[in-house]
Design a protein around this ligand. Structure first.
Ligand SMILES: N[C@@H](CCC(=O)N[C@@H](CS)C(=O)NCC(=O)O)C(=O)O
Length: 232
């Protein structure tokens, strides 16, 4: 049986939505952590990265690049793209808005202080949260599209889960979003993934440093010796 592998840093980052979608499909996979500039150079030398970027998902004899393409491939594979063209369009629109919303969570560990991260996250939630809540309300309350679980719910719940780790009381005023997040994390495949050793911890300073080291790029300016990994 084919091994499904996901090559990325040892962390959630831009690979996490793909992990949730693999879990929703109950597809077993292995994380392949890329932990040094040489490991990244070796991966690039395989020509499996068409844009020289991670993550890389290897599945069904294919090398998938771009996390949004991975999520949609897995949505089609598992029937998480709604039932009609209009459903698919709404899935795409909600997932794209979720990309805008979740980027702030991906950047949170790079902020100078936890307070700065929380305040940026709260402002972003204040912009998008009511829109997502309204959408859920207009769809009957349970799911974002067509009364069934789609990848839009899964990526939105993944983003909300990140936000909640920073601001536990975030969803007090948006009960439908709170219920959606709880419903998705209770999905059998996703719940099992979240309890597994494959689920990495939330990004912290160590993660930020490891990422800069692998990419040989500058650290956030508030960190000591911010250019320590930049080749001279
Ligand atoms: N839109 C892409 C972004 C991928 C991306 O920026 N990957 C980073 C690591 S998180 C990377 O490989 N950077 C190295 C580079 O761009 O050369 C996705 O979501 O997959």
């Amino acid at each position: 049986m084919e091994q499904v592998t996901l090559s990325y840093f040892r962390g959630r980052g831009r690979a996490e939505t793909t992990r949730w979608m693999l879990a929703a499909n109950e597809i077993r996979f292995s994380n392949v952590p890329i932990e040094s500039p040489q490991a990244l150079a070796d991966l690039r030398a395989t020509a499996k990265l068409p844009f020289d970027q991670m993550p890389l998902l290897e599945i069904d004899g294919l090398c998938l690049s771009q996390s949004s393409a991975m999520v949609r491939y897995l949505a089609r594979r598992g029937g998480f793209y709604g039932s009609t063209d209009a459903d698919a369009l709404w899935c795409d629109m909600i997932a794209a808005a979720t990309d805008d919303f979740s980027e702030t969570a991906k950047q949170a560990a790079f902020q100078a202080t936890p307070e700065a991260a929380r305040s940026t996250l709260q402002a972003r939630f204040d912009k998008f949260g009511p829109c997502f809540e309204t959408r859920l309300q207009s769809e009957g309350g349970c799911y974002c599209v067509g009364g069934q679980l789609t990848f839009a719910d899964i990526v939105l719940a993944e983003a909300l889960t990140e936000y909640l780790q920073w601001i536990p009381e975030l969803l007090k005023q948006t009960p439908l979003l709170a219920q959606l997040q709880a419903r998705v994390v209770a999905h059998a495949g996703i719940a099992s993934y979240l309890e597994s050793p494959q689920r990495y911890p939330i990004g912290d300073d160590d993660y930020v440093v490891r990422l800069a080291q692998v990419l040989q790029r500058a650290l956030p300016a508030h960190m000591p010796d911010a250019n320590r990994f930049v080749p001279g």
